[in-house]
Design a protein around this ligand. Structure first.
Ligand code: GDP
Ligand code: IMO
Ligand code: MG
Length: 423
């Protein structure tokens, strides 16, 4: 059975958590393939709102197995907190949540290094979530990292010490003013590791191979978005993993020829949190309205998200890089009430009109060129069928499908599981 992918096509926070939760009933296994606690995936159902960071978004479904893949980086401290928040739901964590032995560990000193690096950059900072993501992936590719499987070895604490000592020297090198009490951080870390060690560790690539063989349906859940991809995003203002489709192959050990549908998810407008270029960003009342109505605050850091119109140039690029086969459009309800909807269909790039994403998309090189469509006034949040949608929204959807050459299969009209329209 092929493995389907679900990934964000913008700068993250498209609504992946909600849609994975909606789709889980069709799958046996949900597997996260990259990122770590920089992610914040929100699910709402039965009047409960839940934010997951490392745990896959299928965890609330009784029959689904949830796997944290080898491409993910895990902070035991945050993981333990996530588990505690799930206690009230009486989930059989030991059998429903499986962790790859090859997933890397985020140490307290990785978080400190993240802070030191960001502080040293001053105005040029990435706007990292400060969860230690960059330094942990650096240790992974530098072949210095610690993995979940190391926790099963008797010498893991020595390994830990050597790496943490090295990190302390590196923090000193940055020569910036960050205050910390490592003994306290380590105390919390070691306690959390003990909690983590009670979970089930697996050789996830083998598990997934056998699951595919026996016909199990698998959905790979991405974190962040394509424009934050370490290779294809707006470097250096990106995260440190491959958030695009290829990342699912390396982050789970799934062969490329085993990938089935690639489900690309985007908001009906655009948001970004943290630094970096954003051609369609709005600094006016429209942007303020999107942020307020869309409640655009980071699920992990609480920071306000920057808002702007939909950018088809960037979206097309993401569809292309991922080989998206079906689209899902989120937060259409947030655009209700705008007289006019603007869509960026081309860029003015150094005086020339272009329709592809160039190397530099900073404001000094790129100005968006917009098409305009009539907006709609209706409240969408109670609608449940595609034929109920206002004709202006139907026209917007049709326009996007034509531009992107991929069908939009889901239109989301509110944060709740039930506010989901299938087309
Ligand atoms: P993720 O990181 O891609 O899982 O997305 P986040 O959870 O960070 O951010 C998406 C936010 O939008 C969350 O607060 C969701 O509850 C909310 N949301 C998801 N879909 C919709 C929608 O269709 N309409 C509205 N108004 N909110 C939505
Ligand atoms: P989900 O999965 C939105 C952004 C940060 C920063 C940059 C690098 O919820 O969509 P990092 O902590 O990875 O070093 O930060 O990436 N970022 C996200 N933005 N959604 C996310 O995840 C993000 N994860 C990281 O704001 O600009
Ligand atoms: Mg998020």
């Amino acid at each position: 059975m092929a493995v389907d992918l679900l990934l964000g096509l913008q700068w993250g926070d498209e609504g992946k958590g909600k849609i994975v939760d909606v789709l889980t009933k069709n799958y046996d296994i949900i597997a996260r393939f990259q990122g770590g606690p920089n992610a914040g995936h929100t699910l709402e159902f039965d009047g409960i709102k839940h934010v997951l960071h490392t745990i896959p978004s299928g965890i609330f479904h009784k029959n689904a197995i949830n796997i944290v893949g080898n491409g993910v980086v895990i902070d035991p401290v945050i993981f333990k907190k996530e588990l505690e928040a799930l206690e009230q739901f009486k989930i059989d964590i030991k059998s429903k949540l499986l962790i790859s032995r090859k997933a890397h560990l985020i140490l307290p000193t990785h978080r400190l290094l993240d802070a030191a690096s960001e502080t040293s950059k001053g105005k040029a900072k990435i706007g990292s979530t400060l969860k230690g993501i960059g330094p942990t992936y650096m240790d992974k590719t530098g072949r210095n990292g610690m993995r979940i499987g190391d926790l099963e070895m008797s010498d893991w604490k020595e390994k830990y010490r050597a790496l943490a000592d090295k990190h302390e020297a590196m923090i000193d090198y940055y020569n910036v003013d960050i205050e910390y009490d490592l003994a306290e951080l380590e105390n919390e870390f070691f306690k959390s590791v003990e909690a983590l060690k009670k979970l089930t560790f697996i050789d996830s690539e083998e598990y997934l191979f056998q699951a595919q063989r026996s016909g199990k349906k698998i959905l790979a859940e991405g974190a962040q978005g394509s424009l934050l991809d370490i290779d294809f995003g707006t470097y250096p203002f990106v995260t440190s993993s491959n958030t695009t489709a290829a990342g699912a192959c390396t982050g789970l050990g799934v062969a490329p020829n085993q990938i089935g549908e690639v489900k690309g998810i985007f908001k009906a407008y655009t948001t970004r949190v943290g630094s970096g270029p954003f051609p369609t960003e709005l600094f006016d009342e429209d942007g303020e309205t999107m942020g307020r109505v869309g409640n655009e605050f980071g699920a992990t850091t609480g920071r306000p998200r920057r808002c702007g119109w939909l950018d088809i140039v960037a979206l097309k690029y993401a569809v292309q890089v991922n080989g998206v086969t079906e689209l899902m459009m989120m937060k259409a309800d947030v655009l209700s009430g705008f007289e006019t909807i603007k869509i960026c269909t081309a860029y003015n790039y150094k005086g020339e009109k272009i329709t592809h994403l160039p190397y530099n998309i900073e404001a000094e090189n790129v100005t968006p060129i917009y098409s305009e469509m009539k907006g709609w006034k209706e409240d969408l949040t109670k609608m449940s069928k595609a034929d109920e949608l206002p004709k202006e929204l139907a026209a917007y959807i049709e326009f996007l499908e034509k531009e992107l050459e991929v069908p939009i299969k889901i239109v989301s009209v509110g944060p709740d599981r039930t506010q989901t329209i299938l087309r």
